[in-house]
Design a protein around this ligand. Structure first.
Ligand SMILES: [Zn+2]
Length: 298
């Protein structure tokens, strides 16, 4: 059983103990898939949809990074459904541009792994739709699309007001992906920075976190880590927001990258990257990432 219940109408699929996708059932009993993991997850996602008894009627992306949009094109074409993404993610999902490059100098376990992550460009322009401006979707009534830029320019989160469920993508994590233990075990479950080496704008990220904290969600299910639920979650998220600080140094920490609807318009210069002392960790982590990603590349 690959589907783990998060709420009565939300299921999580944990892909390679690394990244999550979610199936959400709408009021009509139809399913929508939120995020699509890395490319090698294709079989797992198809099997999960089969478990539900019917293919989803749409795919919604929180953002277009390789570990969220990896199977979006293949699944959308197989199921003949649209893929929705934020307006400012469009250049990165139509083959027009690559995201600002990851910053391996920013520190932490995921930054080490990022050395081995190739700059994948997706072109799913044949199936791509942009979220409507009012953030409301016919395919998923009762849910609100909330713009949460920072981790990526057009990043969105999904909010179910009545049940107070937040699907946060990489606006935050619920495991510390900056530590080797957190990244490999996803424990302890806690609020943490979302995808540190890939964040091009830390100020926007904090601003988006404030928006999410104001929602006071009872359940938070993110792109990485186990979902968090319970009475203390709103307070924990509020504390996380107030204490949130960018890394001490890094390419995008002082000056953000700039992007628009055509792609990247400004990049701060890359800091020198003398491979740090823990080369061994980086090499090991890199090999693991290649093992996962490489299998799925065409
Ligand atoms: Zn991401």
């Amino acid at each position: 059983m690959s589907l783990q219940p998060v709420a009565p109408h939300v299921w999580r699929i944990n892909i390679f103990n690394f990244v999550n996708a979610y199936f959400v059932r709408n009021a009509e009993g139809e399913f929508v898939l939120i995020d699509t993991g890395v490319r090698p997850a294709l079989t797992q996602l198809k099997a999960a949809a089969a478990e539900l008894g019917r293919p989803p009627i749409a795919i919604l992306l929180t953002h277009g990074h390789f570990d969220h949009a990896g199977c979006a094109g293949e699944l959308a074409r197989a199921w003949n459904v649209p893929v929705y993404a934020g307006r400012l993610e469009k250049p990165f999902l139509t083959g027009a541009a690559a995201y600002p490059p990851g910053d391996p100098t920013v520190g932490g376990a995921l930054a080490q792994v990022s050395r081995a992550i190739p700059p994948l460009k997706f072109d799913i322009s044949d199936v791509l739709e942009i979220y409507p401006q009012d953030g409301k979707l016919d395919v998923l009534k009762g849910w609100q699309v909330i713009e949460t830029p920072g981790h990526s320019p057009g990043h969105i989160s999904l909010w179910h007001e009545d049940d107070r469920i937040l699907l946060a993508g990489d606006a935050l994590c619920t495991a510390d992906m900056d530590s080797v233990v957190g990244m490999t075990t996803l424990k302890p479950t806690q609020f943490a920075r979302g995808g540190t080496p890939f964040v091009p704008d830390w100020k926007e990220m904090k601003h988006s976190l404030g928006k999410l904290a104001d929602l006071e969600p009872a359940t938070v299910a993110a792109g990485h880590g186990h979902p968090m639920t319970g009475g203390s979650v709103p307070e924990q998220l509020r504390d996380f927001y107030h204490e949130f600080a960018p890394p001490e140094h890094g390419r995008y920490v002082g000056t953000p990258a700039r992007t628009d609807e055509s792609g990247v318009t400004f990049l701060p210069p890359a800091p020198p990257d003398p491979l740090p002392r823990n080369v061994a960790i980086g090499a090991l982590a890199g090999a693991a990432a290649f093992a996962i990603l490489g299998r799925g590349r065409k």
